[in-house]
Design a protein around this ligand. Structure first.
Ligand SMILES: Cc1cc2nc3c(=O)[nH]c(=O)nc-3n(C[C@H](O)[C@H](O)[C@H](O)COP(=O)(O)OP(=O)(O)OC[C@H]3O[C@@H](n4cnc5c(N)ncnc54)[C@H](O)[C@@H]3O)c2cc1C
Length: 433
């Protein structure tokens, strides 16, 4: 008798944990196939530390095959889904194509950069969604400092030493906080630079970390102010050019570095399915099933999951929710085959951690606000606990960073053309991630 096949599309927080849990629950009674463009699970919350040179990129890339031995991993990017025929077509990295049939489908394709119609942003800003962007940003920062050091023109020197981050959510705040420490360190390695690199963090909101506990916002603001990061709230970018940005308060800021962290939107793959969506996320019931399609489930950023702890709302796009939804989807798929009973998704937020670099962090485990070293210990402990692999290597990098100087070199492995902001645009059939 052939085993039923469960196809999971996307190996992020939701898909990875769905596959892992299902392998444990099914014990060989189902074939579990995981389709993902890369052969690793990317631990996104530590991406800013890769850009800042604290962590090597492979540390946050957990190999799929090695950590999911009972799962068949297929490398490819889904580009068409035939719901009636129960088939998913995909592009392979070498431009080949393949197709997979399924008995149960889990859509866990996550989210992509959110684009806003601001002149020049698509051409001149860089997003921050994956390893290529983090590696590019790392090299770009080093390159700007090196070019500034030899620039004859003081205006060019100043522009190259100005870094503008748009979006003061957890991603933008961490990028700016880690970035300022990184460029301070680079400045000590380039004594002829002659000026302190300037970082600006811009948001339309009235506080940093607007989506989190206000006490965490206060902690982050205190740390950023103490480091000299210019926090500009209640404003946005009106226009971007190759030489700088114009802000909504009328100021022009000469810069060669615009990092776009204004948030994310669901992956465009879900748009084309003809299924109901909410804010672009695939509408599911509290059991994570797609209404009218009992064999299709969705979870994580790509899914609009009713938040039973906040009636009328959907769960926010966080790793915590994605991971727990992935685990529950595994349980409910097993139930759909007659093993156990379906359970609704109900999860109370356990708090959040934001690493601000150096000895600083803002955390609220179980809603107890922490700052300074206690927050840092909780933040790092949480990440080590939450990572599905590579823990010793991450710990070793943190130790090295605390005791040695960061190597300020650019390897130039990711050219700017490979990480355009518009790589999230729906019309692009295959996206470089
Ligand atoms: C820089 C950064 C920092 C963050 N920090 C935090 C944090 O500190 N705390 C927190 O809670 N959240 C954080 N988040 C948000 C959190 O990472 C997301 O909410 C979480 O990753 C969502 O999990 P997911 O599985 O839905 O999507 P993802 O983790 O994004 O995974 C989606 C997967 O699907 C794959 N995929 C996409 N399209 C296709 C396709 N067509 N075919 C096959 N596979 C596909 C992707 O390559 C990826 O592997 C951060 C996000 C970013 C970008």
């Amino acid at each position: 008798m052939t085993k039923p096949r469960v196809l999971i599309v996307g190996a992020g927080f939701a898909g990875y944990h769905a596959a892992k849990s299902l392998a444990r629950i099914a014990r060989g009674r189902a074939e579990i196939v995981l389709l993902n463009p890369t052969d690793y699970f990317l631990y996104l919350p530590l991406l800013p530390e890769v850009a800042a040179g604290v962590l090597e990129p492979t540390r946050i890339s957990v190999p799929l095959s090695a950590t999911l031995p009972d799962v068949r991993v297929v490398i490819g990017e889904a580009d068409r889904i035939d719901l009636d025929g129960r088939r998913v077509g995909y592009q392979q990295p070498d431009n080949g194509a393949g197709e997979l049939t399924y008995d149960r489908l889990v859509l866990a394709v996550g989210s992509v950069n959110k684009l806003l119609p601001i002149p020049g942003v698509t051409e001149h800003a860089h997003g921050f969604r994956g390893l290529p962007e983090a590696l590019y940003l790392h090299d770009h920062i080093v390159r700007q400092i090196e070019l500034a050091e030899v620039a004859e023109d003081p205006a060019e020197r100043e522009a190259r030493c100005t870094f503008v981050v748009v979006g003061a959510g957890y991603t933008g705040t961490e990028v700016a906080a880690h970035g300022q420490l990184f460029t301070d360190e680079l400045a000590t390695q380039h004594p002829r630079l002659g000026l302190r690199p300037r970082w600006m963090l811009i948001d339309v909101a009235d506080r940093v970390l607007p989506e989190l506990d206000p006490r965490m916002s206060e902690t982050a603001r205190r740390v950023l102010d103490g480091r000299g990061v210019e926090v500009c709230l209640g404003m946005s970018v009106k226009q971007a050019t190759g030489d700088g940005v114009r802000l909504s308060d009328g100021r022009s800021v000469p810069t060669r570095s615009l990092v776009w962290c204004v948030g994310v939107r669901p992956d465009p793959l879900v748009d084309g399915l003809g299924l109901r969506t909410e804010k672009g996320r695939l509408l599911v019931d509290e059991f994570l099933g797609v209404p009218g399609r009992p064999e299709v489930f969705a979870c994580g950023d790509a899914a609009a999951v009713p938040d039973l702890t906040r009636p009328g709302k959907i769960t926010p796009m966080t790793a915590q929710h994605a991971e727990r939804q992935g685990k529950l989807v595994a349980h409910n798929i097993a139930a759909s085959f007659g093993q156990g009973r379906c359970r609704p998704y109900r999860h109370h937020d356990l708090g959040f951690v934001v690493d601000l670099g150096g000895r600083d962090a803002a955390a609220n485990p179980l809603h107890v606000p922490l700052a300074g070293l206690p927050a840092k210990a909780v933040t790092r402990g949480y990440h080590l606990f939450a990572m599905p692999g590579n823990r010793a290597r991450v710990g070793a990098d943190w130790l090295l960073d605390a005791t040695t100087r960061r190597p300020g070199v650019q390897l130039g492995l990711v050219p700017a053309n490979d990480v355009p902001l518009e790589n999230a645009a729906p019309e692009m059939p295959v996206r470089a991630r």
